[in-house]
Design a protein around this ligand. Sequence first.
Ligand code: ADP
Ligand code: MG
Length: 395
Amino acid sequence: NWDLILYVNLELVNKMSNRRFIVKEMLGQGTFGQVVKCWDTETNDYVAVKVIKNQPAFYHQAIMEVSLLRTLNQKFDPDDQHNIVRMLDYLSFQNHLCIAFEMLGQNLYELLKRNQLRGLKVKYVQAFSKQILEAMVVMRDAGIIHCDLKPENILLAPSVTTAAAVKVIDFGSACLEGKTVYSYIQSRYYRSPEVLLGYPYTTAIDMWSFGCIVAELFIGLPLFPGASEYDVLQRMMTILGGQPPDDLLREAKNTGRFFKHVGNIFPGSETPDGIASAYRILSEDEIEARESKRPKVGKWYFPSLKLDRLICTYPWNKSELTETEKTDRLALVDFLKGLLEFDPNKRWSPLQALYHPFITGQPFMRPYEPVPETARIPVTRAAAIDHNPGGGHWL
Ligand code: ADP
Ligand code: MG
């Protein structure tokens, strides 16, 4: 009963800090607790307060959220220039951790819903993508994996100029690269192949989710709305073509849930997409035999087209596109392909993606080939700008 729970927490929040925060309304709720809009009597401004349930597991995860966000805000983004939510304060009240954030607007899922789940104009997809990427560059430099990027966790922000602005929120699932603890992470539609397959993960999983978000902003619907993990994987393979690389499949611990080892690679053993592999994805019948439960069909339907047709023919009626619209879409497809790359080692980094013509607005003529980055060493923005004068070089 949410009314009751809300009431209990309203009481709590009203009591805390000598009523420093006066609760106005509920903004969101989740497994962790609730987010409420409050009037801060000390600063005379609205704030969003996340009230965490008073249970040890939630409390500890929230301490992690506070510590990662403090690092990001203070050390990596002291001037609030990189589209990451500002944490204003936090306090512990009767084992409820309460975190005060700057007040932001609607999340991008609400925005799409308000737009009747029709996609946004390319210029908004481009502007939002660029801002999210800027946050991701900082997160990667800090070695922080967000682990839950999705439209619900990207919020519209009041903007200094008239241009639309967004910020990344919710570091409640985040962790440090190299200190990954959990294997069941990311929201299913936005879950990366390496997490699905149970393979050690890096900040590259956020790039996968980001790719899913960008596509969703354009088509208005989730790209891989799978009803099960198998369903998600199958949708990925249908839309993107291909499958995760063999060395990932060989080493990942969940491969056997989805794939069958069909022996060594030999001529003629290629997948329908022409990839030589020692693995093939299980058929639906094989999955059914195993789970005695057919993967359910997703809630959303769109033609099961390959990515380029899906994007280039949107909204999938026969309307004519202008030349500019056509090239915008070709650039978008090329952009998405670098983000939705099955191999986490080949997937673009945030900085590499930032110099794609779709983001820079330079004319798109050929597939983008980013400047290689020294594998795991963070590249400073200045260094990258020096080496990347024209939005990457062409092959
Ligand atoms: P959870 O871990 O449950 O996802 P979030 O931090 O994502 O918690 O907050 C849940 C929801 O509350 C968000 O999707 C958003 O709609 C709302 N919300 C969170 N932070 C803010 C904020 N700073 N300003 C406005 N709304 C917010
Ligand atoms: Mg959230």
